[in-house]
Design a protein around this ligand. Structure first.
Ligand SMILES: NC(=O)c1ccc[n+]([C@@H]2O[C@H](COP(=O)([O-])OP(=O)(O)OC[C@H]3O[C@@H](n4cnc5c(N)ncnc54)[C@H](O)[C@@H]3O)[C@@H](O)[C@H]2O)c1
Length: 363
């Protein structure tokens, strides 16, 4: 292998630390510079890492040392920062969603194709042993032909733990746009692309109260639906039922279940890389735990960026723009269906991403 790929990060907020810890363990990647709208936040984020430069966003984009931009800004800024990186001729990996709207995401895809640079997008949790072992079980025929799935995420909302949760309640946020990418990317990985959606959505409160950090007690406006539910019709004919809510105290429902003609699978939380995959064979009462058999072992956020930079030119990475555009399109169509009260055809599609073979943890 040649030298590691140099990473410049834009956005040094809450999730930044998880990426840095992961990049340190990935031999393909080296963090060289950071930028944030708030330069003090950027300086604070890399205190103790003298080799990492703190730059302005414009300086980072123009820096010839930076090979790939890691976009960890808030959803409303994703398209703008990704487009700046593309215009600088750099590959980009963005936190999810790819953009706040499919119109902006389409601009990103067009610009990237014209510039000949690669764009990837979170979530990369689906490359871990949880989703990948479940996918292998389906591909190996353990449940027969998949017929249906459920995907359920219910929490009280992120204002309980995030010090600046405004973006979760602004356009591009909400439980669907925030958590939907994990569940829908997992469903597309397991069952393939979606052709039609039928949705329903609601919101209960016009304002939410921040419960932690320096802004504790401050009210923020809610501009998005906070409970979204619906059915995704996959091209294969399988039907997935989705429930994404910031309105539930807790849930005991499994994050994802897939039911096939010969058995059912319980799939671990797609917001995590690992977790147990359980199989119930038709006619047997007990669930058996399947050993981890595919995916990156002990992975962290950043493994999708490593996948992007190691994917040969001309091939789409496992978290590539076509997949992540399709996931965003599904979510937008679901909200549109909820508001129009009609089924909506999803016009985009994608291939199921390449599976990940069983990969031991790096270092
Ligand atoms: N917080 C989590 O647990 C978590 C988990 C997974 C994914 N994510 C995703 O990661 C992204 C960031 O989330 P976060 O929790 O770190 O948010 P955050 O608000 O804590 O941090 C975002 C940072 O980006 C900076 N920023 C915003 N716009 C910018 C711009 N135009 N130019 C430069 N800097 C800009 C902000 O100043 C801030 O420091 C979001 O897309 C979120 O969905 C967050």
């Amino acid at each position: 292998m040649g030298r590691p790929v140099n990473v410049g990060v834009v956005g040094c907020g809450f999730i930044f630390g998880q990426y840095v810890r992961s990049i340190e363990r990935l031999p393909e990647l080296r963090l060289v510079s950071v930028a944030d709208l708030d330069p003090e936040r950027a300086r604070e984020a890399v205190r103790g890492c003298p080799e990492v430069e703190v730059l302005s966003v414009a300086e980072l984009m123009a820096d010839p040392r930076v090979d790939v931009v890691l976009n960890l800004t808030v959803p409303a800024a994703h398209a703008e920062i990704t487009l700046q990186a593309v215009a600088s001729g750099k590959d980009v990996y963005s936190e999810k969603p790819l953009a706040a709207t499919t119109a902006d995401a389409a601009r990103v895809l067009r610009a990237a194709a014209e510039a000949g640079v690669r764009v990837g997008c979170a979530p990369d949790t689906v490359l871990g042993t949880g989703t990948q072992t479940a996918r292998k079980a389906i591909d190996d025929g353990l449940i027969g032909r998949p017929v249906a799935a459920t995907a359920i995420m219910l929490t009280p909302g992120h204002e309980g733990w995030h010090p600046n949760p405004d973006f979760y309640y602004a356009p591009g946020g909400g439980p669907l746009m925030d958590m939907g990418p994990y569940y829908i990317t997992s469903l597309v990985t397991l069952l393939g692309p979606v052709t039609t959606v039928i949705g329903a959505a609601s919101r209960t409160r016009a304002r939410r109260t921040i419960a932690t950090g320096p802004r504790r007690g401050e009210e923020i406006p809610v501009a998005v639906d906070t409970h979204v539910t619906g059915v995704l019709v996959h091209a294969s004919g399988a039907l997935s039922t989705l429930v994404m809510g910031f309105e539930g105290a807790a849930t005991g429902a499994p994050p994802i279940e897939v039911h096939g003609e010969r058995g059912s699978l319980s799939v671990p939380d797609p917001n995590h890389f690992d977790g147990s995959v359980l199989l119930a064979r038709m006619g047997e009462e007990d669930w058996e735990t399947l050993p981890a058999a595919a995916g990156h072992v002990g992975a962290g956020r950043g493994v999708g960026l490593a996948d992007l930079v190691t994917t040969p030119a001309g091939r789409e990475s496992r978290t590539g723009a076509t997949l992540t555009y399709h996931v965003l399109d599904i979510m937008e169509c679901l909200l549109s269906s909820a508001h129009s009260r009609t089924a909506v055809t999803v016009t985009s599609t994608c291939e199921r991403p390449q599976p990940v073979t069983f990969r031991p943890a790096p270092r």
